[in-house]
Design a protein around this ligand. Sequence first.
Ligand SMILES: NC(=O)c1ccc[n+]([C@@H]2O[C@H](COP(=O)([O-])OP(=O)(O)OC[C@H]3O[C@@H](n4cnc5c(N)ncnc54)[C@H](OP(=O)(O)O)[C@@H]3O)[C@@H](O)[C@H]2O)c1
Length: 242
Amino acid sequence: MSGPRKTAIVTGASQGIGAGVVKGFVERGFNVVANSRKMTQSTEVAASDRVALVDGHIADPATAATIVETALARFQSIDVLVNNAGIFFSKPFTDYSAEDIKSHVSTNVEGFLYVTQLAIKQMLTQTSGGSIVTITAALARNPILGVPAAVPMITKGGLETVTQHLAMEYAKQGIRVNAVAPGVVETPLHRETPRDVMESLSPMGRPSTVQEIVDAVMYLTDAATVTGHILYVDGGAHFGRW
Ligand SMILES: NC(=O)c1ccc[n+]([C@@H]2O[C@H](COP(=O)([O-])OP(=O)(O)OC[C@H]3O[C@@H](n4cnc5c(N)ncnc54)[C@H](OP(=O)(O)O)[C@@H]3O)[C@@H](O)[C@H]2O)c1
């Protein structure tokens, strides 16, 4: 990387996709601020002179503020935000409790909103553009019989909509806003999902790896005139039948 080091914020970074994204940015010479509720207990991501860890629930505006303050105090800029923190559990629509619904909206939607507002404010101040990539889900646009996920997909579909609105709102300022929509990915989220179920959820017959999602995030981070794009990384699950 030429010029001053750029800084990326990654939420939900203690394991799975988020931890892979942190490693990807470190390998590319970025500074990283990594957040999760138990970030400092992560066995995959450690603090260093280039990696700052922030513990806290991402739906709490105070956590978002601490992440941004940490980025500026330690690294002096915010160039990239990856909104990865998310929860998902599947059950029949009529079985979601009020608590289930609140936890999905809180982590997946509020967890996007506060940190993205603050990151965009800072990017506007810097006047050098920026990149925001949010991890959504192919299931938002492509319901699968036997995977009842209406409530979590309200949140993921909403994130795809806000991605396109923000892409348009900030296009002139060079702030690009995109999403990666995975199908099924081998992460701790699926610790208890049987292998044959994982394989059945992709037309290609296997789940994606964390690295394949990281590659998509890096592509969108670099793609200077791509904005408002939903990049499916799902073995073809978002179209047709299999
Ligand atoms: N795996 C898949 O098949 C798949 C498919 C489609 C979409 N996705 C999406 O990809 C993203 C990452 O999934 P993953 O499979 O890597 O999940 P994961 O292995 O369960 O990891 C989730 C990460 O988010 C953090 N997190 C959870 N709630 C949080 C909160 N309230 N505040 C801050 N951090 C929080 C967790 O750490 P703490 O416990 O320390 O907070 C952890 O680091 C999610 O948005 C998920 O919906 C995954």
